[in-house]
Design a protein around this ligand. Structure first.
Ligand SMILES: *[C@@H]1O[C@H](CO)[C@@H](O)[C@H](O)[C@H]1NC(C)=O
Ligand SMILES: *[C@@H]1O[C@H](CO)[C@@H](O)[C@H](O)[C@H]1NC(C)=O
Ligand SMILES: *[C@@H]1O[C@H](CO)[C@@H](O)[C@H](O)[C@H]1NC(C)=O
Ligand SMILES: *[C@@H]1O[C@H](CO)[C@@H](O)[C@H](O)[C@H]1NC(C)=O
Length: 512
């Protein structure tokens, strides 16, 4: 007991040295509180709870940090109400509430819960979750309170990002105000569940970046399935049912550390601990390129990093404000050349390899086939596009868009997914004609004109004619686009190998 006590009172700066000993505490009880200078260490030694002052700040905060790197704080209790001195005490009350008291015994911060327990204790779990529960309770469903329900700027493995639809609780990540101030900053990373859920970074009420919706394998902003990426240590899950909507990831190896943070500038990054170098390595950054800025091209346009300019109107659409558009201000987007006819025969134009549009005004059904989905869209005049909800097993489910289509992005072939955009029948005819013209008529016309040219050269002389004929017929053959020009036909940019390799490599390191 004496050994335990002396261990408990040692300075937090030194307490991390005691991880290897077996007598560290991970729990406080009604009779055993925790003062500034003391720390709790989770049973597996991964995380510590204690008091700290970030950067140049003099305020004292109660927080959780990694044992391997005590500078990296993953959660802060009193982020808005720092203590002015080192007199803070953390207690668990009879009602099962965690309270942080200052020197005059006033509550500076507290947890809350709607239920009580006979023997409430607070335990720091090895996942980095600080929980309040009854005695030896091990079922998370029965915990009274947990810090994982109130994340700060760090999205840890096993945390849920999203909504508990039963209680109305939203779990979201919010940036610090600055690196010295853990108070609520300007940005948050959350699941927007108007329509089909999508992961977004918001500033106030404004979306600044969208990772898109979950397509069964990955968020649509990430063009390649996570399974194919060289990161077997991370497992992802997206849950959507009548009770909850959340995204979660897990580490298959407990000995590794990986965290997702939203920094004070609103940039989301994944960092992975490298034991060899004793440092955090950046594994991915969201908003790494201009196309990741939300709706950079406005409505009915798509963004493509591999072409210049970045933004292009969709087929059958023209810039809404041509002057601004041509000078690089794309936010007004594009408008239809031919308005929709609604009931009297609209159709759909298929796009492949795209990031699906913003889903905030979408509707979905998990069990409807793509064919029924098309029918539903056709039958509702305000429906503008449809797609499969889940791209696994050849595609299942139905996603419909109502209103403007924004935040579409084009990926290099092989990434992204299919999207069907509603168009007036006459517009589809024109697009069809154009592509037929490109495929068949263009070589035809060239053939005719070359023949005429050849006839003309007949007059010039037999020897000259023979040479010319050979050259021309080679020229005509290479204009037949069926094989070589397929990419151009489909409106996709033709890229050389290095561009593709570079782009794929860029994409392969991105994940949420
Ligand atoms: C303790 O907290 C109370 C309430 O927040 C505050 O009014 C008081 O000044 C604080 N005392 C000290 C010594 O900081
Ligand atoms: C707990 O506190 C949070 C924020 O401080 C609040 O949004 C939530 O409604 C509270 N929950 C309960 C059960 O009182
Ligand atoms: C809880 O754990 C303590 C100490 O490990 C033990 O003495 C006690 O019997 C346990 N209580 C229950 C209800 O399991
Ligand atoms: C079309 O869909 C919208 C949005 O879901 C809905 O409000 C409207 O009632 C639908 N109209 C018809 C005719 O079904």
């Amino acid at each position: 007991m004496q050994a335990m006590k002396s261990l408990f009172v040692c300075s937090f700066l030194f307490s991390f040295l005691s991880i290897s000993t077996t007598t560290t505490l991970d729990t406080i009880t009604q009779s055993r509180s925790m003062r500034d200078g003391e720390t709790l260490v989770s049973a597996g030694g991964s995380f510590q709870l204690g008091f700290f002052s970030p950067g140049s700040s003099k305020g004292r905060y109660l927080g959780i940090w990694y044992s391997v790197d005590i500078e990296t704080v993953v959660w802060v209790a009193n982020r808005e109400t720092p203590l002015g001195d080192s007199s803070g005490v953390l207690k668990v009350t009879e009602q099962g509430v965690l309270v942080l008291l200052n020197s005059t015994n006033r509550i500076v911060w507290s947890s809350n819960s709607s239920t009580t327990a006979g023997n409430p204790v607070s335990q720091l779990m090895d996942s980095g979750n600080l929980v309040v529960k009854d005695g030896n309770e091990t079922n998370p469903d029965n915990f009274l309170w947990q810090s994982f329900d109130y994340p700060c700027d760090t999205f840890l493995p096993e945390m849920k990002l999203g909504w508990d639809l039963v209680t109305g609780l939203e779990r979201y990540v919010s940036s610090w105000r600055s690196k010295d101030d853990p108070a609520l900053g300007e940005f948050s990373l959350r699941i927007d569940h108007r329509g089909f859920p999508q992961a977004v970074v918001v500033k106030g009420a404004k979306i600044v970046a969208s990772a898109g919706s979950w397509n069964g394998l990955h968020f649509t902003a990430y063009p390649y399935p996570q399974q194919t990426r060289p990161n077997p240590t991370l497992e992802y899950e997206f849950v959507l049912n009548k009770d909850e909507i959340y995204y979660e990831y897990r580490l298959s190896k407990r000995s590794t550390f990986s965290r997702y943070i939203l920094n004070p500038a609103g940039i989301a990054q994944r960092l992975t601990w490298v034991h060899q170098t004793h440092s955090w390595e950046l594994s991915s950054t969201f908003q790494a390129d201009r196309c990741e800025n939300y709706a950079v091209c406005g409505a009915y346009a798509s963004c493509n990093m591999n072409v210049s300019p970045l933004c292009a109107c969709l087929k059958g659409f023209v810039p809404k404000s041509p002057k601004e558009w041509n000078s690089g201000y794309w936010s007004d987007g594009c408008v239809r050349k031919i308005p929709l006819a609604c009931s009297s025969g609209d159709g759909f134009l298929k796009y492949t390899g795209v990031k699906l549009p913003d889903t905030s005004s979408s509707w979905f059904d998990k069990s409807i086939s793509l064919k029924e989905c098309k029918g539903l869209c056709l039958n509702n005049c305000s429906c503008t596009a449809y797609a499969n909800l889940d791209i696994r097993e050849g595609g299942t489910g139905c996603l419909l868009w109502f209103g403007k289509l924004i935040d579409i992005r084009e990926f290099t072939p092989g990434g992204g997914q299919d999207l069907y955009i509603r168009m007036a029948a006459s517009e589809l005819d024109q697009i069809e004609k154009k592509s037929k013209f490109n495929k068949k008529k263009l070589p035809g016309i060239l053939l005719i004109s070359s023949t005429l040219f050849l006839l003309g050269t007949l007059i010039i002389g037999l020897i000259l004619y023979r040479r010319k004929k050979k050259l021309r017929s080679q020229g005509v053959r290479s204009m037949d686009c069926r094989k070589d020009c397929l990419g151009e036909d489909m409106g996709l940019p033709l890229l050389n190998l290095t561009t593709v390799a570079k782009a794929t490599n860029d994409f392969s390191v991105k994940e949420l």
